[in-house]
Design a protein around this ligand. Structure first.
Ligand code: PMT
Length: 396
């Protein structure tokens, strides 16, 4: 559970996306958070307080003059108890109020009186979002240190299409979890590779491996949570893109090499998590190979470029981190790979732990020797590795 012990004050303002806030409360509770909901009067036209009360297990506040609050200071009490105030959905009208410091109902008063960070998830018609007044307000909110989550682009409840949709509850949850992570890589650029490569033999066949992309995607998410600007070059995988990350899809090792070399020199960190094919067929057949011969035709292989070694050989390389998946002799093989590629850190994992699963076991090999990390989910280990990398970067 990612939010155990956290108190989230959730403000719901008036918009059709208010119904999605119910799912958000469910997700927050599932992650161990305590949730306290406050709604605008407009929001109660879209969804009733009873829904939020049932889901959060806490009374819901909508009125500044609520007789249940003995001292009439709900706006102070609610924000003092919170680690974060999240407004989802945040309507155009509500954002305008916050940008201008208005406090004419419970939620806007609570927002003005808060002493905790504020995150807002805008939700409105695309024309309202594009309106110069809204854009002015967003600039003001950003410069006031308020985090703007989204909005997303797509089909809207009014039938129009464009920017203004509220992020999905799962995406808001991910952003909120990221908010509580230490910003160890703020201002840094991180480039990663993930997944397998696919080396074509003919139009329907190829050489590939069992990498799912999970470890690389977890690391990309952890680097983003730590405040880095993240580019993820990935082979053919079916992982969803973590929010706020630039994803570049490639197929072969050659394409991965080209995509990486295009931007590697501008990075602070490069992490090669991909299981890159060392060899490819010298010639990919234009047509499907038929089995009409008496004996099978051998496939001639040629070596692929070594992406990690080429990045490490740049005149001013980023901090390079490699991965090594081995079925035996992990420490020996990993250290040999680290030396061959001339990189400061290599992360070893046994193939039976690394490929495909949600959990893994990692050992870090650097100048200080071997440091095993406690086994666990790939995201937890990714966060530990990012912490280690931030330490190496600071000592560079
Ligand atoms: O994707 P998952 O299912 O979550 O699995 C994760 C993983 C097991 C694939 C990952 O944790 C891992 O170990 N990746 C490296 C696999 C490996 O053994 O790579 P390698 O020994 O071929 O290469 C060593 C390093 O050089 C790696 O960082 C690799 O990205 C890099 N390399 C290798 C060959 C090449 N041509 N270019 C490279 O950059």
């Amino acid at each position: 559970m990612e939010l155990t012990g956290k108190h989230i004050a959730l403000g719901v303002s008036g918009g059709i996306a208010a119904y999605k806030a119910a799912e958000l409360v469910r997700l927050l509770i599932k992650q161990g958070a305590t949730v306290q909901v406050a709604m605008t009067e407009a929001a109660t036209h879209f969804i009733t307080p009873v829904t939020f009360q049932a889901l959060s297990g806490n009374p819901v506040f909508t009125d500044q003059w609520d007789p249940r609050v003995a001292n009439n200071m709900a706006h102070i009490d609610l924000s003092r108890a919170a680690d974060v105030l999240l407004i989802a959905p945040a309507s155009a009208d509500f954002l305008a109020k916050v940008a201008n410091g208005l406090a004419d109902d419970l939620l806007s008063t609570l927002t003005l009186a808060r002493d905790c960070p504020l995150l807002v998830a805008p939700a409105m018609n695309q024309q309202m979002w594009e309106n110069a007044a809204t854009q002015r307000n967003i600039v003001t909110l950003r410069s006031d240190g308020i985090s703007i989550l989204g909005p997303a682009c797509g089909e809207q409840a009014c039938g129009e299409n464009g920017l203004g949709r509220m992020l999905e509850p799962e995406e808001i949850l991910t952003e909120l979890i990221a908010h509580f992570q230490p910003r160890l890589l703020a201002g840094k650029k991180v480039l990663l590779t993930a997944g397998p490569t696919f080396e074509a033999i003919d139009p329907v066949r190829g050489i590939t491996n069992l990498s799912s992309g999970k470890m690389g995607f977890a690391l990309a998410r952890a680097a983003r949570e730590a405040g880095a600007e993240v580019t993820l070059v990935c082979g053919p995988v079916s992982q969803p893109t973590p929010s706020g990350i630039k994803r570049v899809d490639v197929t072969s090792a050659h394409e991965m090499h080209a995509a990486v070399m295009q931007c590697a020199a501008a990075q602070d960190v490069f992490i090669g998590v991909a299981a890159v094919a060392d060899y490819r067929p010298k010639l990919a057949s234009e047509h499907k190979i038929k089995k009409d011969g008496a004996s099978a035709t051998p496939i001639e292989l040629v070596q692929n470029p070594d992406i990690l070694a080429d990045v490490a050989a740049l005149p001013a390389p980023p901090l390079c981190v490699g991965f090594a998946a081995e079925s035996r002799n992990l420490a020996d093989y990993a250290q040999k790979k680290r030396a061959a590629k001339k990189i400061p850190l290599i992360v070893g994992n046994l193939v039976q732990h690394g490929f495909g699963g949600d959990d893994t076991m990692l050992t870090l090999f650097d100048d200080d020797g071997a440091t095993p990390l406690p086994p666990g989910p790939k995201l937890a280990l990714a966060r530990a590795l990012i912490e280690h990398i931030a330490g190496l970067l600071a000592r560079r």
